[in-house]
Design a binder for this molecule. Structure first.
Ligand code: FES
Ligand SMILES: [Fe+2]
Length: 350
């Protein structure tokens, strides 16, 4: 049975059955994580013709690159011969794309150009053969992509512009990326991100930095934003902390002069990897070292609590508890989007 979405005042947490199992993991990868627009990388990694990056979206290998005219192209990183990888790693200035298996060659727009030793193949017209495309978009110096169908990026962009106004991100320069492994389902990690309820209990350092009592939460169709004034100007300066979530697995943590983006990548039903990328306004890069140490401390606290929550969800002893209408609206919003996706799956399979 699929949980039905409920009003916030009646809401309970999502059932633990959705947080484990191969079939659930496969569904999430295929129908939620592959199809949702997500931050893939800073646009500066593909600034020139032939610059390319290799990633996975919902477990599907993808290749994103800049063509000769400066347009961003996205493809499945899957050769049309026998599914070999077109690119093995990120790179700069490629003139063409040569499959790493048998050497078929494509141009930067995905058109097959050269196929060695295919003499004798009847009715083999390479002019009809192209790499399969995925959708890509740029927003505020970041690349977004998805490997499936769903709402247009214009719809996502409208939501993002509202909760993370481009003016708050203008001029930010990409600094570095790091990754963290968490032994928990990807949704356990996202759930935890979507409420500040745990901040006074789990994060002593972060709690001293933001004014938790005036925590504000705003919801749009595809995003939520949690914001609070900052109380300690020493680390990041005066202003507001904005924690923006984009369904299904992207986060933008915006502090004065700095944004840190997160993408939650599901690895198995009980493991995810979170990619952190840091951007600073020019002159603010000096914050990076302290920012790294502080963010790592908060991430470690989140990792530990998520791993324990996963054990609780797996225990067989947990039935969904009530949510706090004041503190957990963003989590409720996320879990209702999940419920709708699971209900669609149920309707299609019966
Ligand atoms: S799989 Fe790409 S050339 Fe064979
Ligand atoms: Fe946290």
């Amino acid at each position: 049975m699929v949980d039905a979405p409920t009003p916030l005042e009646d809401a309970r947490a999502l059932s633990p059955e959705y947080y484990s199992g191969q079939a659930q993991f496969d569904f999430d990868q295929q129908h939620i994580l592959a199809t949702g627009w997500q931050i893939i990388a800073p646009a500066t990694l593909v600034s020139g013709p032939g610059d390319h990056i290799v990633r996975e979206i919902g477990g599907k290998p993808v290749l994103i690159l800049r063509n000769r005219e400066g347009r961003l192209n996205g493809f499945y990183n899957v050769c049309r011969h026998r599914a070999g990888p077109i690119a093995l790693c990120d790179g700069k200035g490629a003139k063409r794309l040569r499959c790493a298996y048998h050497g078929w060659i494509y141009d930067l727009d995905g058109q097959l150009k050269v196929t060695p030793q295919m003499d004798g193949a009847k009715d083999f017209d390479i002019s009809n053969i192209r790499l399969s495309a995925i959708e890509v978009a740029e927003w505020s110096g970041m690349i977004f992509a998805r490997a499936g169908t769903g709402p247009d990026f214009a719809e996502i962009r409208a939501d993002l512009d509202r909760v993370a106004p481009p003016a708050s991100l203008d001029g930010m320069i990409y600094h570095h990326t790091c990754t963290y492994e968490v032994e928990a389902n990807w949704k356990t990690y996202v759930d935890n991100y979507l409420e500040g309820y745990h901040v006074p209990v789990v994060h002593a350092g972060l709690n001293a930095l933001i004014e938790y009592e005036v925590y504000d939460i705003d919801l749009t169709d595809w995003t939520s934003v949690q914001s609070a004034p900052m109380t300690d100007p020493d680390l990041y300066g005066n202003g507001e902390a904005r924690y923006v979530f984009l369904w299904p697995n992207t986060m933008l943590n915006i502090l004065p002069g700095r944004v840190q983006t997160n993408r939650v990548v599901a690895v198995s039903d009980r493991k995810c990897v979170v990619e952190f990328s840091y951007y600073y306004r020019p002159g603010e890069e000096k914050k990076a070292d302290r920012d790294d140490v502080f963010s790592e401390e908060v991430q470690d606290e989140d990792r530990m609590i998520c791993e324990r929550v996963q054990k609780g969800l797996d225990s067989g002893a947990y039935t969904p508890g009530r949510l706090s209408p004041a503190q957990e609206p963003a989590l409720w919003h996320f879990q209702n989007l999940l419920r709708r996706a699971y209900a669609r799956q149920k309707a299609q399979s019966t």
